[in-house]
Design a protein around this ligand. Structure first.
Ligand code: MF3
Ligand code: CO
Ligand code: CO
Length: 241
């Protein structure tokens, strides 16, 4: 899992310089696909996963998650999430981050930053004896006190030889609720936070989740290992150390 997760983090580091105005999300998909397959000798997990047609997810502005790369070009002021999952030696590593394209509005930049804080406040709850509800509570509290909303239809997930497994890691909840967190567990935390209301719909492509009120949405994701004393962020990037 450490190897797979490090590779996923390295894909984000590799693609970052290409994420700029004028590039299409399909080009970013090709760059990531070729790097994962040719350089990492790994497998892009999204490709053909339940029929998903591409190797990465790219979710722009009001898109919450599972955006499908296309010939649409990124433009100045966009915010975009790039979500990478690689399979190496049968194990999955899953991580995503937001990118701001050129000059983004202050309200977009604040949403991106608060959502990153939500992820890390959730991660800081992780230790043996804590409960999954503690993670959700920390995220929900920070999001809602910033007058944002938490998407409820998608959650973090156990991960390993399967892309998505038990438990469901909710991004909302109450302290002390849910299963107890135990050493050796590995799961993702990946809050999706909307600038407007929490409600979403799925586009006709069957994948792209968007905010119903068309407000901006942001997401950050890490894969987390529970240690004897706390946590290890398996997908941590150099810029986060
Ligand atoms: N990487 C996403 C997650 O964090 C799942 C993408 S599923 C796909 O769980 F099929 F859209 F790729
Ligand atoms: Co995930
Ligand atoms: Co992901």
């Amino acid at each position: 899992m450490r190897v797979a997760c490090k590779l996923a983090a390295e894909v984000l580091e590799m693609v970052a310089p290409y994420v700029a105005a004028g590039v299409s999300t399909e080009e970013l998909d090709r760059i990531c696909h070729d790097y994962i397959v040719d350089v990492q000798q790994a497998i892009p997990a999204p490709l053909n996963y339940r029929g998903f047609p591409k190797s990465i997810c790219t979710s722009i502005n009001q898109q919450i998650c599972h955006g499908i790369p296309s010939d649409k070009k990124l433009k100045n002021g966009d915010i975009v999430n790039i979500d990478i999952t690689v399979i190496k030696d049968d194990y999955h590593g899953d991580t995503s981050q937001m990118f701001c394209i050129g000059d983004v509005s202050p309200h977009a930049a604040r949403l991106v930053e608060i959502t990153r804080e939500c992820l890390f406040l959730g991660i800081e709850q992780v230790k043996p004896g804590a409960h999954f509800g503690d993670i959700g509570h920390a995220i929900q509290k920070h999001a809602e006190s910033s007058r944002y909303s938490v998407v409820r239809e998608f959650c973090g997930h156990g991960i390993g030889k399967k892309f998505h497994e038990e438990p469901h890691v909710m991004h909302f909840g109450k302290m002390g609720e849910g299963e107890e967190i135990r050493p050796g567990m590995i799961f993702t935390i990946e809050p999706m936070i909307n600038l407007g209301k929490r409600h979403m719909k799925i586009l006709a492509d069957g994948w792209t989740a968007v905010t119903k009120d068309r407000s901006l949405s942001a997401q950050w994701e890490h894969t987390i290992l529970v240690t004897e004393t706390g946590y290890e962020i398996l997908t941590l990037r150099e810029d986060e150390r």
